[in-house]
Design a protein around this ligand. Structure first.
Ligand code: E4P
Length: 214
């Protein structure tokens, strides 16, 4: 499973990239708003840091407008992927954009049937939202497992980006379910690095070595 970082914060992206573990970035309008900066400016900076798929989302809700906005986003950099919300207008836009060779990531996927439709419309990626399902007492990982099974059974090439990942257990479950990618907040990547036995082990090795020198 590949790892993307789910943030629009340039400092976090630099730090995650320096670890050598990420190969893409996802943003959404809320994450961009949190930075309080111009969308294009932030996205351009991200493309200078990470050489991999960078998702930037449209805010239009009509397919014609989504297509115009998507073409502008795609022009920013060759690695741009246009995030389109899952809805009727979104599917129409994805169908047009895929024929133009513009990569799309259909977001806000909450059912396997939505994922199937997005894939059939020509989406490059689908983003099922794990954490938001868990939030309402529905098991998010079942959605990932269902999409993996359907895409594999029907030889669908659209890649699955497990999104709305909130903790290391989510990442583990996505990897076990066979998700192609998990897009993970920076804080969760840092949690994944840590283990108390690793910390204790490092401390003991250094202490023992220091003791030998006396
Ligand atoms: C990524 O593509 C999504 O926009 C993001 O993972 C949503 O996460 P949230 O449900 O924690 O806001």
């Amino acid at each position: 499973m590949k790892i993307f970082v789910d943030t629009a914060n340039v400092e976090e992206i630099k730090k995650a990239n320096a670890l050598g573990v990420i190969c893409g970035v996802t943003t959404n309008p809320s994450l961009i708003a949190k930075e309080g900066r111009d969308f294009k400016e932030v996205i351009k900076e991200i493309t200078d840091i990470v050489d991999g798929p960078i998702s930037g989302e449209v805010i239009s809700m009509k397919s014609e407008e989504m297509v115009v906005e998507a073409r502008e986003i795609a022009k920013i950099h060759k690695n741009m992927v246009v995030k389109i919300p899952m809805c009727e207008e979104g599917l129409k836009a994805v169908s047009i954009l895929s024929k133009e060779g513009i990569k799309t990531n259909v977001t806000l996927i909450f059912s396997a049937l939505q994922a199937l439709l997005a894939a059939r419309a020509g989406a490059t990626y689908v983003s099922p939202f794990l954490g938001r399902l868990d939030d309402i007492g529905s098991d998010g990982i079942i959605l990932i497992e269902d999409i993996v099974e359907i895409f594999s059974m029907h030889e669908i090439e659209t890649e699955i980006i497990s999104a709305s990942v909130r903790n290391p257990i989510h990442v583990l479950e996505c990897a076990k379910a066979g998700s192609d990618i998990a897009t993970i907040p920076y804080g969760v990547i840092m949690q994944m690095i840590k283990h108390p036995l690793t910390d204790a082990g490092i401390e003991k090795f250094l202490k023992d070595y220091e003791g030998m020198k006396k």
